[in-house]
Design a protein around this ligand. Structure first.
Ligand code: NAD
Length: 357
């Protein structure tokens, strides 16, 4: 099937991507290539030991380590990291971790324009986008700016084998969500559709193998390849219902990022499937099944993903408020959005029913 469109715009950033097991050990050479000499290494507290190992690889080019990255990029943490970067005279950033650490690097780059090297250890895909979400005084805001796009990405399967299987599965579904929503984005183009389909294919093929053997470097590599493609889709086209709903649930109800994506995805795609059946057809082609929403629900179930909002700490009594918040501001979506429809979606997601059942 051809993804040709009679008219489109393609807008891609110049990003250097290196791929392969062990490639992140050459991060020092990448710093040299940027013409930089003092890298600030970033991580979460949980991955401080990985940052330390990386500092050894970087050697004299390491200006220091800042290991306080946190979920949703709190501005307070960014300000502390900025002060640290100035104190140590950092001239570039190396982020090792998932979306939270990448987010901290992006937040520093947004304020300083320091070049960034990212070594992703989840499949969230933030490294492939010029998007930055930040939290201040309990409010999360999102911006898009070319300064935020990392210059170099080192996809190294050896760095992701430590990701626990449960997080591996939810993070993969987070990535698949970028691709699935990219299929019907208003500003999609043939390239983003091809990336989305290939990204989903990579996860459909490799995720079951990673689940069987989390240390399988070939399978881990293929899932990272999927993360790159799905992240590139997120970076190039607009998202709709699924991402907005996850933003509401994460921001207003403090639900965990990747798990929320995993639970909501089949329902958001099920909600949109009758409006754009042709555009969503690749989902059933890749994952099997009779409809895109059910196909994603079955795949998530087979992979052992959480299926119920009830299991993520969301209360049944919150459904009405969530439907209210999610329909407060208008945004484009293939199927018209109204409070009753979103309420029904949330009820199905709360109980973990298959969409359409
Ligand atoms: P995360 O970065 O918050 O990681 C979750 C936890 O897992 C952290 O403690 C982390 O240290 C740990 N971890 C990560 N990789 C590990 C590994 N290989 N082994 C062991 N532990 C590991 O989770 P995430 O889902 O990658 O990122 C979520 C954040 O990223 C959210 O704030 C989300 O909004 C943001 N995000 C932004 C974009 C964007 O384009 N701006 C895209 C996707 C996600």
């Amino acid at each position: 099937m051809s993804y040709f469109q009679p008219q489109f715009v393609s807008d891609t950033a110049a990003v250097r991507v290196r791929f392969g097991p062990g490639v992140s050990r050459e991060v020092g050479a990448e710093i040299d290539r940027l013409g930089k000499t003092r890298a600030l290494i970033l991580s979460t507290p949980h991955q401080a030991s990985q940052a330390l190992l990386l500092a050894e690889d970087v050697g004299a080019r390491s200006a220091g380590i800042f290991s306080k990255a946190a979920m949703h990029t709190p501005v307070k943490v960014t300000e502390e990291a900025l002060a640290h970067a100035r104190d140590v005279g950092a001239d570039c950033l190396v982020a090792i971790g998932g979306g939270s650490t990448t987010g901290l690097g992006k937040a520093i780059a947004y304020r300083t324009d320091l070049p960034q090297i990212v070594i992703p250890t989840t499949y969230a895909g933030s490294e492939a986008t010029p998007i930055l979400g930040q939290t201040e005084k309990g409010r999360k805001t999102t911006l898009t700016d070319p300064r935020v796009q990392p210059e170099v990405i080192l996809y190294d399967a050896e760095r992701i084998v430590s990701l626990p299987v449960s997080m591996t599965v939810t993070s993969a579904l987070n990535a698949i969500a970028h691709a699935a929503e990219g299929l019907y984005a208003q500003n999609r183009n043939p390239l983003t559709t091809a990336l989305a389909v290939e990204g989903m294919r990579a996860f459909a093929s490799a995720l079951p193998r990673v689940k069987d053997d989390p240390a399988d470097l070939d399978a881990r590599g293929e899932t990272l390849y999927g993360a790159w493609l799905c992240g590139a889709v997120l970076g190039q086209v607009g998202m709709a219902l699924h991402h907005k709903l996850c933003h509401t649930l994460g921001g207003s109800f403090d639900l965990p990022h990747a798990e929320t994506h995993a639970v909501v995805l089949p329902h958001a795609i099920g909600f949109n499937q009758t409006a754009v059946p042709d555009l969503l057809a690749p989902v059933t082609e890749v994952f099997g099944g009779t409809s895109p929403g059910a196909a994603l629900h079955d795949f998530a179930n087979r992979m052992g993903a959480p299926l119920k909002l009830a299991d993520l700490g969301f209360e049944e009594t919150d459904i009405d408020r969530a439907a209210e918040i999610a329909t407060q501001s208008a945004y484009w979506n293939p199927a018209p959005i109204d409070k009753t429809g979103i309420r029904n979606l949330l009820v199905a997601a709360f109980h973990g029913r298959s969409p359409g059942s």
